[in-house]
Ligand binder design. Structure first.
Ligand code: SF4
Length: 343
């Protein structure tokens, strides 16, 4: 994780604080629809939201959007420093733009000083699929790294270092290697993600490997899961990735359940799903085990705060690795719920 901290609105990115972000898929000029979607995303746990700003009208639309939501809004801009300035004037808390693609050095200097005065950072967003021709001979990984560095140096030369970088690819292997290389060369916060990751099922796996793989390596400061699906699912998936990497900063219940086998005595799937559902809105850090048999159940669920190990008609309820009760199987759910409520 970057030691450098970049502030986006009131939020700090860097120094171990991993921030979840997503992107709206409404037209930004549809102010009402965009606000509605952002509020839903906020409720789901989104901490930063990005909106495309392809036109002046969408830059102006930001003004009302920013006023009606409670998380920083990032303006996603391609090639136009004028739009970047307009978006900043209308409340964008961060600008995603590649400064090397906006024209003359004067334009870059003006944009950099304009944003610096207002404490608005820039996210440089390099994408393997649209790699600048001049870097193609290096291959995708080194090409992305060099392209990102070129944008970084351009901003540094303009005395601007409020920078976040992304180096995305739809190829998990390429994005992991690009971020690894880049993080060896610069210490700016990294926005990590797999781009164009696909539909829900495939996308979830690509995002989990790409983002999760980097996070456990200590790389990444803000994450965006990309899915061809409802944006709210990106936010839930981001949370699940952070949980799996032990980097989720809010209390939650984790279900440890066995895959079942020939020793299984209870419907592990049914109980695990019901308990998971019961825990959805419980803000407590609890690990609950649902194991199919008494023989291996307790031992294999090491680390669980409590749980059930299934038996034929009666099952064992255990806590901190020790039996606390033998209950009829019909009573399993009630006993577990009681333990959750009293935890
Ligand atoms: S806990 Fe028991 S039932 Fe579940 S997989 Fe292990 S041995 Fe099989």
């Amino acid at each position: 994780m970057s030691k450098k901290i970049v502030k986006v609105g009131n939020l700090e990115i860097g120094n171990g604080n991993i921030v979840i972000q997503s992107m709206t898929n409404t037209k930004t000029t549809d102010v009402e629809g965009t606000i509605k979607q952002i509020l839903e995303l906020e409720k789901a746990g989104c901490e930063i939201i990005r909106c495309s700003v392809p036109t002046k009208e969408s830059a102006y639309a930001l003004k009302d959007i920013v006023k009606s939501v409670h998380i920083p809004v990032v303006a996603d801009i391609h090639f136009s420093s004028e739009l970047a300035i307009l978006a900043a004037e209308n409340g964008a808390a961060k600008i995603r733009i590649n400064p090397g693609n906006i024209g003359s050095l004067e334009k870059v200097k003006y944009l950099a000083s304009f944003l610096k005065e207002r404490n608005i950072p820039i996210r440089i967003g390099v994408n393997g699929g649209s790699l600048d021709k001049k870097f193609k001979h290096l291959g995708v990984v080194d090409g992305m790294v060099e392209s990102a560095l070129e944008h970084v140096h351009l901003l540094e030369d303009c005395n601007f270092d409020d920078i976040i970088i992304s180096c995305k690819s739809s190829n998990v292997f390429n994005m992991i290697n690009a971020y690894r290389k880049l993080s060896q060369k610069v210490d700016y916060p990294m926005h990590i993600g797999v781009t164009e990751a696909g539909t829900y099922k495939q996308g979830l796996i690509k995002n989990a490997i790409g983002i999760g793989g980097l996070l456990v390596d200590g790389i990444g400061d803000t994450i965006r899961v990309s899915l061809t699906d409802e944006p709210v699912k990106e936010v839930y998936a981001a949370q699940d990735i952070l949980k799996a990497c032990n980097m989720y900063n809010h209390p939650y219940c984790e279900i440890i359940s066995c895959p079942t086998c020939a020793r299984t005595e209870i419907s592990v799937q049914k109980y695990a799903e019901e308990i998971e559902n019961y825990c959805k809105d419980i803000n407590k850090n609890i690990k609950i085990a649902v194991m199919g048999c008494i023989v291996n159940g307790i031992g294999e669920s090491e680390g669980a705060d409590f749980g059930v190990a299934g038996g034929k008609d009666h099952s064992m309820i255990f806590k901190d690795g020790k039996e606390i009760a033998i209950v009829k199987n019909e009573e399993i759910l009630d006993r577990i719920k009681e333990l959750i409520n009293n935890f």
